[in-house]
Design a protein around this ligand. Structure first.
Ligand SMILES: NC(=O)c1ccc[n+]([C@@H]2O[C@H](COP(=O)([O-])OP(=O)(O)OC[C@H]3O[C@@H](n4cnc5c(N)ncnc54)[C@H](OP(=O)(O)O)[C@@H]3O)[C@@H](O)[C@H]2O)c1
Length: 502
């Protein structure tokens, strides 16, 4: 484990976590803060206030924090010392008077731990409350004038462009854009760095990274699980809002952007926003043609029955919500004109895997074909593996052993070892540290969100006006509906990644 030596890397801040009793706080935030503590980023000068309506005492809250660290190796002493920095404040975010009490506690802890008035507000609760919390933080003067104030907010950021813009306006009334950290936890998975390293660290890759050499790009976020306990939220969101508008669009943006002047958050953001402005917003007719949706039905795999989406708790028995999306994105600029970015994501698919397949154009002529009729050259394919393992592979054509000129595809493969991947920081750990450092590279800017909402809205509108008649249209454990294959077949292409259920 990396341990930061000395105190120079120690971060100084008060965390105020709204939704401190909730699932996200317990499963992700407390363990991540503890890992940062173990690594020395948090030491003496930090404190955490957890807030929620239930009337807990500090001791009870600290026990909740301790229980959340069950899976982490540490001494009892270390855990107790860490938990001692946690304070609970019963607080209804809609009650202005409660903020006065919160301010007092914040000021007291600021003095006690010498926190230099640095504050990080983490909104780990329903987005319906984001606006009111931001407003009260300012009006009740919890925002400090001497240190930094940073607001971390969870997804979903709006339900469509209009609601996202309204939410943004509410938050911007209290916080400047550079004080707002909108989480996209996919960006916390070393993704920016991964894609950047492959693209900008390799001449043979970056020099061919354009429409002269690339035929199409495929982004797959395939999930093996169903909606599980998130059905209530998912039913009103669907795969388009849950995955395409944010995570998939972010991956596409990182692949499509121009090389930044430097790796500073500002320069990367500049390029991301610029390329998103060239994202083609479909007309309703195009959206109908370019996107397909699906919903999983039940299946029996290895004698085990998997329930269909409509059988899940909190899901309507005639639900029209999509659990699968496949579609085509296009960037209208000099680098990418004519290169489709095919994207797909779905629940209950054959395998959990996040990857990007970059399919290169065929050579202008195939001399091997002339030599031997049945010997077709395959496309060169660069695959970037994002989850569950990280790495990449490059498919090239090589000569088969033996006489003649027959070729076969060979994959040059690199994967980080499971041990190395296991030691790399969790997405939330990385994001919390980034926010403490004031580094917004791995968070989304409003200009990015506004563009991807406009893109998703057209598809949502077309879908809302055309009720699907064939749901459920793919079986649990499959690779999605047939229409997704037909989408590419129409363009004379096929999905590179496919899997059988395990
Ligand atoms: N859980 C995850 O893994 C996950 C992953 C990605 C994104 N998210 C996002 O993270 C946010 C939180 O999710 P969650 O799963 O942690 O939700 P949750 O378990 O339902 O927690 C909600 C929290 O809000 C508090 N709360 C509700 N109404 C309140 C009020 N009026 N005043 C003060 N506190 C109030 C609740 O405590 P009281 O009832 O005691 O007030 C609870 O602590 C959501 O935006 C979600 O979309 C969660």
């Amino acid at each position: 484990m990396e341990v930061v030596s000395g105190m120079q890397n120690e971060k100084v801040a008060l965390f105020i976590i709204f939704g401190g009793s909730g699932d996200l706080a317990r499963r992700k935030l407390y363990p991540s803060l503890f890992r940062l503590y173990q690594k020395g980023y948090l030491s003496r000068h930090f404190a955490v206030i957890g807030t929620a309506r239930r009337p807990w005492e500090n001791d009870y809250y600290r026990q909740i924090v301790v229980d959340s660290l069950n899976d982490i190796q540490a001494t009892d002493e270390q855990i107790a010392e860490f938990a001692g920095h946690f304070y609970y404040q019963s607080h209804d975010v809609t009650n202005a008077a409660h903020y006065t009490v919160l301010k007092k506690l914040a000021d007291t802890l600021d003095q006690k731990y010498q926190l230099q008035h640095n504050r990080i507000y983490y909104l780990a609760m329903s987005p319906n409350f984001f606006g009111t919390i931001a407003k009260h933080l300012k009006s009740e003067q919890i925002l400090t004038t001497a240190g930094f104030n940073r607001l971390i907010i969870e997804k979903p950021f709006g339900h469509d462009y209009e609601s996202a813009a309204e939410l943004n306006q509410q938050i911007r009334a209290s916080f400047e854009e550079d004080q707002i950290y909108r989480i996209d936890h996919y960006l916390g998975k070393e993704m920016v760095q991964n894609i950047a390293a492959i693209r900008f660290g390799n001449n043979i890759i970056e020099s061919l990274w354009n429409n002269r050499y690339i035929d199409n790009i495929q982004i797959t976020l395939s999930e093996a699980l169903g909606v599980e306990e998130r059905a209530g939220y998912y039913e009103s969101a669907g795969a388009m809002r849950d995955m395409v508008q944010n995570h998939i669009s972010q991956i596409a943006t990182l692949l499509a952007m121009e090389p930044p002047v430097s790796f500073s958050a500002r320069d990367i953001r500049h390029e991301k926003i610029k390329v998103l402005r060239s994202l083609h917003i479909d007309t309703p007719e195009e959206a109908q043609h370019n996107f397909v949706r699906g919903q999983y039905g039940p299946a029996v795999i290895d004698g085990q029955r998997l329930e269909g989406y409509r059988e899940a708790n909190n899901v309507a028995s005639d639900s029209k919500t999509e659990t699968y999306v496949a579609g085509k994105m296009e960037f209208e600029n000099y680098r990418w004109a004519g290169v489709p970015f095919y994207v797909r994501t779905g629940k209950r698919l054959a395998k959990k895997e996040t990857r990007v397949d970059i399919v290169y154009k065929q050579l202008p002529t195939n001399i091997f074909k002339a030599a031997q009729d049945d010997n077709k050259l395959g496309h060169n394919i660069l695959t970037i593996f994002i989850e569950p393992t990280e790495g990449f592979s490059l498919r090239v054509n090589a000569k088969r052993l033996g006489q003649g000129f027959a070729t076969r595809p060979v994959d040059l493969n690199f994967r980080h070892s499971a041990a190395a991947t296991g030691n790399s920081p969790e997405a939330y750990e990385r994001l919390l540290l980034d926010a403490m450092n004031g580094d917004s590279t791995n968070f989304t800017h409003w200009d990015e969100l506004s563009q991807t909402w406009k893109f998703a809205d057209v598809v949502e509108k077309v879908w809302s006006e055309n009720t699907p008649t064939d749901f459920p249209n793919y079986a649990s454990g499959s690779m999605g509906p047939k229409a997704a294959d037909e989408l590419l077949a129409r363009d004379g292409r096929h999905w590179i990644f496919s899997a059988q259920p395990k």
